[in-house]
Design a protein around this ligand. Structure first.
Ligand code: SAM
Ligand code: DTB
Ligand code: SF4
Length: 332
């Protein structure tokens, strides 16, 4: 079979037809596409750290960190560099290959960006891949991050353009696309996905995946989050998404973006091992690893390792950029 072509012209009807396939047919198709580009038994693991927590000016209705909602979260200033390095070292020791630093900003100031750049340099120095998520960026800021050697920038579309205003009113869907363009043009790998279970309908889920897959270049990494319901936020108490519909969404993401890493992201503490196994079968091939996401819990690392063992899944080794390789003498 020839490799699945990378398309950027998926129609909504085509995507809805994928969602409507019998479950077994959809999973077979997703798994077949997955095997054309990836080792089906390998998963990439990243660890998250919130480097600046809470008091965010945006009103994202799902988020514990918006200043608009009383979620009881303790706010924290930008972490000092040594704390960030220590957390990255611990993540590396536990087998994580990428360190993702998140800040609750609408956008970073240039002064804050200087500090984040120091963090990126230090984490790369440990031999880890780096990812940051800092809100909206200008073209110049994206360029500066690229020059610092940043590997990935996370900036989610979150939902369909049609549903966007139900979730966030302090920025537009187009603002998100603009930042993604700056990141792409700077030559940084794009990490962009969304959240399911916010009260959106099936068409919204299809439209979000259509927007992601019809970008000029597919995001290298596509995080699919299941809403973590936070008390105090407007989305607390939303109807939860059916776990098989969640698995279907992973499968459709895999088919639409065959070469991208599809990340089974937030919400795993509410999923059974069996649901997660189905997500891997549907083509998910990366996860966040370690007990904490940004402000909420993630499964225990030991539990995840046991699940990997039960499924025969191996972790992917880090692929270091040439300028990042720590040389240790002749013959290395
Ligand atoms: N402030 C930056 C931004 O909005 O891009 C970065 C941090 S933000 C926490 C990163 C992403 O995490 C969001 O875009 C959203 O998709 C996801 N996220 C945040 N809170 C979540 C929740 N309660 N459940 C699931 N995903 C969530
Ligand atoms: C993404 O899509 N999910 C991660 C990461 N990108 C930054 C964040 C999930 C956050 C879940 C809620 C929390 O811990 O605050
Ligand atoms: Fe702020 Fe990001 Fe949370 Fe939105 S998702 S409130 S931008 S930290």
């Amino acid at each position: 079979m020839s490799a699945a072509e990378l398309r950027h012209d998926w129609s909504l009807d085509e995507i809805r037809a994928l969602f409507a396939l019998p479950f077994n047919d959809l999973l077979f198709r997703a798994q077949s596409v997955h095997r054309q580009y990836f080792d089906p038994n390998q998963v990439q693991v990243s660890t998250l750290l919130s480097i600046k927590t809470g008091a965010c000016a945006e009103d994202c209705a799902y988020c514990s960190q918006s200043a608009k909602y009383d979620t009881g979260l303790e706010r924290e200033k930008l972490l000092p560099l040594d704390e960030v390095i220590a957390a990255a070292q611990t993540a590396k020791d536990k087998g994580s290959t990428r360190f993702c630093m998140g800040a609750a900003w609408r956008n970073p100031t240039d002064k804050n960006l200087d500090k984040v750049i120091d963090m990126i340099t230090a984490v790369r120095g440990l031999g880890m891949e780096t990812c940051v998520t800092l809100g909206m960026l200008t073209g110049t800021q994206a360029q500066r991050l690229r020059e610092a050697g940043l590997d990935y920038y996370n900036h989610n579309l979150d939902t369909s353009p049609e549903f966007y205003g139900n979730v966030i009113t302090t920025r537009t869907f187009q603002d998100r696309l603009d930042t993604l363009k700056h990141v792409r043009e700077a030559g940084i790998n794009v990490c962009s996905g969304g959240i399911l279970g916010m009260g959106e309908n099936g068409t919204d889920r299809a439209r979000m995946l259509q927007e992601l897959s019809n970008l000029e270049q597919h995001p290298e990494s596509v995080p699919i989050n299941m809403l973590v319901q936070i008390e105090g936020t407007p989305l607390y108490g939303s109807d939860t998404i059916d776990s098989l519909e969640f698995v279907r969404s992973i499968a459709v993401a895999r088919i639409l973006m065959p070469k991208s890493y599809v990340r089974l992201s937030a919400g795993r503490t509410d999923m059974s091992d069996e649901t997660q196994a189905l997500c891997f079968l549907a083509g998910a091939n990366s996860i966040f690893y370690g007990e904490r996401l940004l402000t909420t819990d993630n499964p225990d690392a030991d539990h995840d390792q046991q699940l990997f063992d039960r499924l025969g899944i191996n972790r992917q080794e880090v692929e270091l950029a040439a300028d990042q390789q720590v040389c240790c003498g002749a013959g290395t």
